[in-house]
Design a binder for this molecule. Structure first.
Ligand SMILES: C[S@@+](CC[C@H](N)C(=O)[O-])C[C@H]1O[C@@H](n2cnc3c(N)ncnc32)[C@H](O)[C@@H]1O
Length: 357
């Protein structure tokens, strides 16, 4: 009995040591993306196990770097399922690494996209400065930790820094394109839509994919902040319009938005949704793709990714912006005037939420 107690206390102590050192995980992930390790191992699909020294010679062709330190990073990330470690034989100390399915999400695809920019975007200096202030969001939710660290809200801060703006767009595209492929295979809510607006559409990747799948959409407006659309690429059939969704939203048969409501407070969401309501005809739909929290607080990857994202929103964007449950979204829709609501779970992170006027 006493032995069991000692055993469970030891387990608790090792678990708290793991949590206390957890920062090593995302920062090492950031390091391997910065060093282009996933692309170096992937080599156009080879994914041949390579030693740290071999990887270094690929990412630093002119030489240099410390292979032992790279191996330390790769070993730790192996434990989190990013790499597979290959030991030549039990007597050899040489370790080689290939990419797991998780590691492969960081490989740049034919369109230049991956989850790598999302990792980089989350670990820029300006964001890192906010993380030591998470407790401040509890003490004083009127000012975001990001604002306390950097003196202004995240979106206006990005807007003044072209490299941050560019990275944000790449990060969004890297995550949104695979999600949209999944949604467009399963969801038929765009059928019959003639004019569509994407509110907060960033570089316009979601609209581009919707148009490819639904050529019946004849008018497509990518609506985002003026400094964001100024950097958006030309996409045939898409008109980029700069503006502020808190003031007004261009009129359309249907409105799409992805990853927008999450970063705002309930009152701000209500205002955005009321502007959507005004821009839609009777029967028109607001199709919002947002993270939706489960009721249970379990330890699944899905629940953890959603709860971690919730703290990210609180720290970086809006101390009272948040990931919401399906019921909270339904109530937000009702408060903005939308009588009909449906939720479609095609994807583990983003849920399609239909609000109909
Ligand atoms: C998390 S990103 C989502 C981007 C894109 N919808 C996606 O999921 O890939 C939020 C977007 O909202 C835009 N945004 C922020 N404030 C806005 C405003 N007041 N009016 C219009 N767009 C805004 C940002 O510039 C950014 O592109």
């Amino acid at each position: 009995m006493e032995d069991d107690k000692v055993n469970s206390r030891d387990k608790a102590r090792i678990a708290i040591m793991e949590l206390a050192n957890m920062i090593s995980v995302p920062m090492s992930l950031n390091a391997v993306v910065r060093l282009n390790v996933p692309d170096a191992i992937w080599q156009g699909g080879a994914n041949t196990p390579l030693s740290a020294a071999q990887i270094l010679s690929l990412v630093l062709p002119s030489g240099g770097g410390d292979a032992e330190n790279l191996q330390r990073v790769l070993r730790m990330l192996t434990s989190y399922g990013v790499f597979t470690e290959h030991l030549e034989d039990s007597s050899s100390s040489e370790r080689k690494y290939s990419l797991t399915d998780i590691g492969k999400t960081l490989v740049t695809d034919a369109d230049g996209l991956s989850y790598g920019p999302y990792v980089l975007q989350h670990h820029q200096d300006a964001l890192m400065g906010a993380w030591s202030l998470v407790h401040e969001a509890v003490l004083d939710p009127t000012t975001e930790p990001f604002v306390k660290a950097n003196g202004e809200p995240a979106y206006s801060y990005y807007g003044k820094k072209p490299e941050m703006n560019g990275l944000m767009q790449k990060a969004m595209a890297g995550v949104s394109v695979p999600f949209m492929k999944n949604v467009l295979n399963s969801y038929n809510g765009f059928e019959g839509v003639n004019k569509l607006v994407d509110v907060g559409g960033s570089a316009g990747d979601c609209l581009r994919m919707i148009l490819q799948k639904h050529p019946t959409v004849k008018e497509a407006i990518n609506f985002d902040l003026p400094e964001v659309v100024a950097k958006a690429p030309h996409i045939p059939g898409v008109i980029h319009v700069g503006g502020d969704m808190f003031k007004s939203i261009p009129a359309a048969d249907a409105i799409f938005m992805k990853w927008i409501l999450t970063t705002w407070t309930d009152d701000e969401c209500k205002l955005i949704m009321e502007n959507c309501y005004k821009a839609l005809p009777v029967g028109g739909k607001l199709i919002a793709c947002e993270p939706v929290l489960p009721k249970e607080s379990d330890d699944s990857h899905r629940t953890r990714a959603l709860l971690e994202g919730d703290i990210f929103v609180m720290t970086i964007y809006r101390a009272k912006g948040k990931h919401r449950t399906e019921e909270e979204f339904k109530q937000l829709g009702l408060s903005a005037g939308f009588p009909h609501f449906r939720a479609f779970y095609f994807h583990d992170f983003h849920t399609v939420l239909e609000f109909q006027k």
